[in-house]
Design a protein around this ligand. Structure first.
Ligand code: PAF
Length: 287
């Protein structure tokens, strides 16, 4: 028998009623915000969410305000039926699939302005992106009113921005992160991997390999500058370009780091053909 599709909400009031009823019954509610095009990584997020709380609501909304004018909003893959089937299989209790009108009604005029972890890295190349993410995630959290909201660590800067915003705005929600899910060859799972040609797909895992090499040398006491310069050369030689950034940052504040003395991250964004890939790995000092 096929797994039943989770209950689907399109409007805020019925979603809130359901969440309230669950909470009154003693359940913890976990929200997993997504833009659809769900893959194994999202299924893992939902499965992990199920370990954090009894009820899982996954939202599907391709948020226009986080895409720049030249980015892939119009070609971003959309298949809600397949997404609902994937959510059912992963064990979500409800899907929240708001319309554009629900999220951005006529006259909508507000946006969250950010400093701190939104600065640099993707923030330099995607002006307004994190403001769009922070605004939509704040709306989704206010609409669904979960106890916990869960995000993948693949978008590490996004995760830190959301942590900062929810703390700064006193939002009554805990933010959780799940380590990046990878293919056997190390490529981080991403909805955008489907854009890669066969040749590009064969090259793509070298991104992760380069990050791991840098992280290992940093953990052994190496200095960021020369390691990043060497890593950049390696990536360009492999066929990546432009490499938008390859950087070492403090894992919490995302401020630049020269030598790793506290938990840090090596982060990268690079084009492979027409596809922009991002990835990051953790560096623990002295590991
Ligand atoms: O990571 C994503 O898929 C999106 O940025 C998010 C968090 C769902 C906001 O639109």
């Amino acid at each position: 028998m096929p797994t039943p599709i989770p209950v689907v909400f399109e409007a805020v009031a019925p979603l809130r009623n359901q969440v309230r009823a669950w909470r009154e019954g003693g359940d913890t509610i976990v929200l997993v915000p997504t833009m659809g095009a769900l893959h194994e990584g999202h299924r893992a997020l939902v499965a992990y969410a199920k370990t954090l709380g009894r009820r899982v609501v996954a939202s599907i909304f391709v948020n226009p305000t986080q895409f720049g004018p030249t980015e892939d909003f119009s070609r971003y893959p959309r298949d809600v039926d397949a997404d609902l089937a994937a959510l059912a299989e992963a064990g979500a209790d409800a899907a929240y699939v708001p319309t554009a009108e629900t999220m951005y009604p006529e006259g909508f005029a507000s946006r969250i302005e950010l400093d701190g972890p939104s600065e640099g890295l993707c923030g330099d190349f995607r002006p307004g992106h994190f403001s769009g993410v922070a605004t939509v995630v704040t709306k989704l959290i206010n609409q669904a009113q979960p106890d916990i909201a869960l995000f993948g660590e693949k978008d590490f800067q996004q995760l830190q921005v959301i942590r900062r915003v929810t703390r700064d705005l006193d939002m009554p929600v805990s933010i959780a992160g799940l380590p990046t899910l990878r293919e056997a060859d190390g490529l981080a799972l991403s909805s955008r991997n489907r854009y890669l040609s066969a040749v590009e797909r064969a090259v793509a895992p070298r991104l992760h390999a380069a990050l791991e090499g840098i992280a290992k040398n940093l953990a052994a006491g190496g200095e960021a500058g020369p390691l990043l310069a060497e890593g950049l050369e390696t990536l360009e030689a492999a066929g990546f370009g432009p490499v938008q950034y390859l950087a070492v940052r403090d894992a919490e504040t995302l401020s630049p780091v020269t030598r790793v003395e506290r938990p840090a991250r090596v982060l990268v964004a690079a084009y492979l053909g027409r596809t922009r890939l991002i990835d990051n790995v953790a560096v623990a000092p002295g590991s």
